[in-house]
Design a protein. Structure first.
Length: 451
């Protein structure tokens, strides 16, 4: 809605609030998610003629923006994980300036819930496309874009609503659905098994303060050597993490150092980020039952695919966790982590950092295989970027990717991408160089220089 409409409805709403009886006793129990409507209005960009809209639709806040020279295309934005806070907030599209300058309208929803609620994000994003049609008009082309958990929203959206979207661009996305949580499990139980000779899941309350320091001490070659100076078991653990996070590839050494030195998560110490991801009880969002599993996983501790005696002993000893079958096999959207099948019928272009160890490159491998199994590889283009951060892309990388996707949709010209399913290609020294923006200062800290 426009600013004038917003002010009128606020006044009308205040009057109606005094006339309509409350129905608190009939309200369903659950988190008291809320939108601060005073935070929804936003200003236009200097020098850009565009109309801004905002409001709340079925509990989800939204923003939309349409340039005066609208080209008829709409670009949806699906945000990532917000944590468990009760306030629902809206992001402007990260390509806002580029989109408006090129005639594109955009829209973004807060979703009506936080937490890992992909099902909610899918529904609320689709619902916002209908709000746009009512308030602005029917777009000729609708793109859906999103990051991290929002990438999961995007991947599921084009399967759930195949007639609503014309193309998709998930970036740093959770495209492997439940396999992301398998990776969190792998990292932690493997570290325990190698360092302590035993492994448990879920972990105890003092895992980060008592167990993790012991794990690090037992995997380093000298006191204080973690994560750079490792003994044989520490090297084996590092290799296992590389293989389980996307395979032998450039930029992993820098990623290993970054993720085990700087970030923290959920109160963990700096560098304990991925350990912190393993401290939960195995559930996802509001779903009951353990989501992660490692049944049938053959862990490798080196690059030789043959199983060595050490690997056999490791696989025999590591704790095995089985997920609730109904979570991973149900095709229902009513799951916090809905299944992604690869059954796509619109063009999809993805971006992923090779060194992302939060939502690792393995997600791209899983998605590529699923799309191939569904016979849709001609509709998928993937781009590997040399970076270590989660969703850390330059504006040039994002704008170039979207422009190439638009050209594909509008002119039928399929853009170039990187091979993901051939390990020999992925491990090559120049992998990830083709689409990495190395010119932007500070764009990719700790990125391996291209040959």
């Amino acid at each position: 809605m426009s600013r004038s409409t917003f002010r009128l409805l606020v006044a009308v709403g205040a009057v109606l609030a005094m006339l309509v009886p409350t129905l608190a006793s009939a309200a369903p129990k659950g988190p008291a998610w809320f939108v601060d409507e005073s935070a929804l209005p936003f200003d236009g960009l200097p020098g850009v003629d565009a109309e801004q809209y905002w409001g709340v639709e079925r509990g989800a806040g939204y923003r939309m923006e349409v340039p005066d020279d609208w080209n008829g295309s709409l670009v949806m934005w699906a945000h990532g994980f917000r944590g468990e806070g009760l306030e629902l907030t809206v992001d402007n599209h990260p390509l806002r300036s580029y989109l408006l300058a090129n005639g594109y309208a955009w829209a973004a929803s807060s979703y009506s819930e936080n937490d890992y609620a992909v099902d909610v994000g899918v529904r609320d994003t689709e619902r916002l496309t209908r709000v746009f049609r009512r308030q602005v008009g029917r777009p000729d082309i609708t793109y859906v874009t999103g990051a991290s958990m929002g990438g999961h929203v995007v991947a599921r959206s084009i399967e759930q609503y195949p007639s609503r979207y014309d193309a998709a661009m998930p970036i740093c996305g959770v495209l492997g659905d439940y396999e992301l949580f398998d990776y969190f499990l792998d990292y932690n139980v493997a570290a325990q098994q190698l360092a302590l000779g035993t492994s448990t899941y879920p972990v105890g309350a003092n895992y980060l303060t008592d167990t993790v320091p012991t794990i690090k001490a037992n995997l380093e070659a000298v006191p204080g050597g973690w994560p750079s100076v490792l003994n044989a078991d520490g090297q084996a653990f590092k290799q296992l993490v590389e293989l389980r996070s996307g395979g032998d590839r450039p930029n992993f050494d820098e990623a290993w150092y970054f993720w085990n030195t700087f970030p923290s998560f959920g109160g963990s110490a700096p560098g304990d980020f991925t350990f912190g991801l393993g401290t939960g009880d195995g559930t996802v969002g509001n779903e009951r039952g353990i989501a992660a599993e490692n049944i049938g996983i053959d862990y490798q501790l080196d690059l030789d695919p043959a199983t060595s005696p050490a690997e056999a002993a490791f696989n025999d000893g590591i704790v095995r966790v089985e997920a609730a079958n109904r979570l991973r096999n149900s095709m229902s959207l009513n799951r916090p982590s809905p299944i992604v099948t690869g059954d796509i019928d619109v063009p999809v272009l993805t971006l992923h950092n090779l060194g992302d160890l939060f939502v690792p490159f393995h997600n791209e491998v899983v998605y590529a295989q699923e799309v191939a199994d569904a016979g849709n590889s001609d509709l998928l283009v993937q781009r590997a970027i040399r970076g270590v951060n989660h969703c850390g892309f330059t504006g040039t990388e994002l704008a170039t990717a979207f422009a190439d996707l638009a050209t594909w949709v509008e002119d039928g010209q399929r853009p170039a991408g990187d091979v993901v399913l051939d390990p020999a290609v992925v491990s090559a020294p120049d992998y990830g160089c083709r689409f990495t923006d190395s010119a932007t200062p500070g764009g990719h800290v700790l990125a391996t220089p291209c040959p």
